[in-house]
Ligand binder design. Structure first.
Ligand code: FE2
Ligand code: FE2
Length: 243
């Protein structure tokens, strides 16, 4: 049996949904990261920082490209509805909070906190990719691509650490642990916020549909004969008519 037929079997539907969801969310995170790094590059005051952020942005865009190709591959193996539900939309990174509506991180954080953000999030990203590897148990090719991305994330994490050692020699290991805990809590908070939106959507969507149904039935009950002017002399229509 082909992979596509296997994925469309009802018992595999929830696994497939989970896989598409994880890949889509990761693509958003990578895209958000690419934009943040590009913004940091544009705002850099030092050439060396600009160079570093530029290469980091380039890596993140490559990661987006790889995840989009994996998303496309598994989307093609799924039903049309499922593929549509998990389609990438660049505007969703704002709705989902991967990039803040208040601006890029580099515009709102001190450089030290921004590097702390990179230091911890690159490590968290690498850890989350280990989970994706388990989901992609059927494809060695995709696994190798993700292992290469994990190497990149570890390199980014190491570069942020080097920055700390060079520019903030007084920083203690517990500071770095604190940064990691803080970012982990923020990540969980963002997921909770989006889950809340999904919950509200689940509650309010039937209500909106019901109101639309009511409005349609009310309109059907209104007598519209007076508005039908077919074959009538328009000059004889009352000037008070709304049509
Ligand atoms: Fe990345
Ligand atoms: Fe990265």
């Amino acid at each position: 049996m082909t992979i596509s037929k296997t994925l469309n079997k009802p018992e595999n539907l929830s696994t497939n949904k989970n896989l598409l969801n994880v890949i889509l969310e990761t693509t958003y995170a990578e895209y958000g990261s690419a934009l943040e790094m590009l913004s940091a590059c544009k705002n850099s005051e030092k050439d060396s920082f600009c160079f570093g952020f530029f290469h980091h942005a380039k890596d993140e865009y490559n990661h987006v490209d790889i995840f989009l190709s994996i998303l496309k591959k598994y989307g093609n193996m799924s039903s049309h509805k499922l593929a549509r539900d998990y389609r990438f939309s660049s505007t969703a990174i704002l709705v989902k909070g991967y990039v803040s509506e208040k601006g890029y991180l580099v515009e709102n954080l001190r450089l030290k906190d921004f590097i702390a953000y990179i230091y911890t999030n690159e490590l968290l990203a690498k850890e989350s990719f280990e989970g994706i590897l388990k989901l992609l148990n059927s494809s060695e090719e995709d696994k190798n691509k993700i292992i290469k991305i994990m190497d990149d994330e570890l390199r980014h994490h190491g570069l942020a650490k080097k920055h700390f050692i060079k520019y903030y020699p007084l920083l203690q290991p517990w500071h770095l642990k604190f940064y990691k805990i803080r970012e982990t809590i923020k990540n969980k908070g963002r997921k909770f916020y989006y889950k809340n939106l999904e919950f509200l959507d689940l509650i309010l969507s039937p209500l909106y549909k019901f109101m639309g149904f009511l409005a349609a039935n009310i309109i059907r009950c209104i007598n519209l004969v007076e508005f039908c002017h077919t074959g009538k002399n328009l000059m004889e229509i009352s000037p008070k008519s709304i049509i």
